[in-house]
Write a protein that binds this ligand. Structure first.
Ligand SMILES: *Cc1c(COP(=O)(O)O)cnc(C)c1O
Length: 246
């Protein structure tokens, strides 16, 4: 169990984020998005504290860390994998019953591997295609301008992957853009892509966009899934610091 002070801190942060979401939805007159609590680098006790408040959707970035937490925590948690998806990890992730969503799919070959490794007895995995909307080289995902490839992948999932459910599009907004004023152009591009796919394929997709520093704007622009880490759990150590302490 997390200690009482930590539990209080987490529940205060959690309530504050929920309240902000509620306010912005009223103001913008949009539907309340799903809140995914991003728990990477944070202990299982922190997750359990939010679980005890009724929260179920959690996001993780690393396969090893995720599998350890799945072992320790209640089985009805709905896990979202939001880290970069390596081919050889598809067969590790897909068999985990409580994997609810994989948000970082970027190729047919990975879709095929996930589909093959998902058991018939588990619910289909919700799939988000990751889109690189900012053009930054350090960001994964299919280039937003490559409409043909995106449409092809969407069709591939719809037609060939019964163990996967194509659910939406995901992007990580660029930090530079998120700190500017006015509509976030990364989010504008994702909304445009969603509309384009609707007219081409006749499907209504969800949007996963918005993190601690830009979720308010993302909701204004129509996000249906926000992925919030540090605003709930506090700041994280950098990867380098984590490695030193390991
Ligand atoms: C870490 C991470 C988040 C959460 O980031 P915060 O800024 O801490 O809210 C959201 N999405 C992805 C893909 C991440 O890697």
């Amino acid at each position: 169990m997390a200690d009482q002070l930590r539990i209080k801190e987490l529940s205060d942060n959690y309530r504050a984020v929920n309240l902000q979401i509620e306010n912005i939805c009223k103001e913008a007159n949009v539907k309340t998005p799903r809140l995914i609590a991003v728990s990477k680098y944070k202990p299982a006790e922190d997750i359990k504290a939010l679980y005890d408040l009724g929260h179920r959707h959690f996001g993780e970035n690393y396969v090893q860390e995720l599998t350890e937490k799945v072992e320790k925590l209640p089985k009805d948690i709905k896990w979202h994998f939001i880290g970069s998806l390596q081919s050889n990890k598809c067969k590790v992730l897909a068999p985990i019953s409580s994997i609810f969503a994989i948000q970082t799919l970027d190729s047919e070959s990975k879709a095929k591997k996930l589909n093959q490794a998902r058991s018939e007895s588990d619910p289909p995995i919700h799939i988000y295609i990751q889109i690189n909307t900012s053009g930054e080289e350090n960001k994964s995902g299919i280039e937003v301008s490559d409409l043909e490839q995106i449409e092809k992948l969407a069709n591939f999932i719809l037609e060939n992957c019964p163990r996967l459910k194509l659910e939406g599009l995901m992007t990580i907004g660029s930090l530079a853009i998120s700190t500017g004023d006015g509509p976030n152009t990364d989010f504008t591009k994702l909304v445009f892509l969603k509309d384009e796919l609707k007219s081409r394929l006749g499907i209504e997709l969800e949007l996963s966009m918005g993190m601690s520093n830009d979720y308010i704007e993302a909701i204004r622009q129509g996000s249906t899934n926000v992925r919030v880490g540090s605003a709930i759990f506090g700041s994280r150590k950098s990867k380098e610091e984590m490695a030193q302490h390991a």
